[in-house]
Design a protein around this ligand. Sequence first.
Ligand SMILES: Nc1ncnc2c1ncn2[C@@H]1O[C@H](COP(=O)(O)OP(=O)(O)OP(=O)(O)O)[C@@H](O)[C@H]1O
Length: 285
Amino acid sequence: MNDILTVSGLNKSYVDFSLKDVTFSLPEGCITGFIGVNGAGKTTTLRTLLGLTNKLSGKIQFFGLDMDKNEREIKDRIGIVLDGGGFYEELSLSEMKGIISSAYTSWSEQDFKRYMDMFSLDPKQKINSLSKGMRMKYALALALSHNAELLIMDEPTSGLDPLVRGQLLKILTEYMENGGKGVFFSTHITSDLDKIADMLIMIDNGRIVFREEKDTLLDTYRIVKGDSGALTPDTRKLFLSISETDFGFTGITKQISEVRSYIPNIMVERPTIEDIMLGNIGGEK
Ligand SMILES: Nc1ncnc2c1ncn2[C@@H]1O[C@H](COP(=O)(O)OP(=O)(O)OP(=O)(O)O)[C@@H](O)[C@H]1O
């Protein structure tokens, strides 16, 4: 499988935050979720990858092409959905589309109309009168209408009602069916990832914590519940994070066989993606 995007040694600094040696790749044919808590660096990473803000150092290649030298060709091949959209507020949806579509070599008016109808958007409506959800749907319609080979989206499901979120997840799955494509999107709504992600990349405090196939991740971690009396300095080391109440402890571990052999009478459950994310940012131990 070819990599559709490779990022190596990406560094960027703001006054109080930096991306630190961000390195990962996205294989073709995968829907990849980009997760992390508020302020972890998801938006900064996406904006830096797209050349919307300067990097300090690092190499970014889309479709095997260096972003520094081929930005125009690469952008033609990517569908981008960012918060806000960067639209001219006074224009109608149709007028704004006219400007955006002229920048792409393979714009499909037919696809655009189909998505506008599907999302019940009126081409005559002004951008500044769109609700947050409608704005997101409009940005999606634009991103999906120029035969992009990769979709990069920052929190595309936020602000969408469950019905439209479901529609979007279905559209993304259909989009992938043609082959040779990729989707990379950040989200807080980890239940969306349970449904459609093939791969997950987690960032915390500007560093990549893991990049792993979703099924492998869900097989690797376990939630353990037991009596707090079983927690010793040594057994605590078997957990990534532990929370304790009067009724006992709940911990997340990657070493379930060791936990079973050292701690009797435990309850073991499969984790959710959210459990894995929270476990990896630590917690009282
Ligand atoms: N233009 C900027 N100037 C200075 N600091 C910034 C700028 N943009 C972002 N930051 C800081 O970088 C850090 C990471 O922000 P970023 O928006 O990338 O996080 P995020 O993971 O997308 O968070 P969220 O889930 O809340 O959207 C934050 O501490 C933020 O304050």
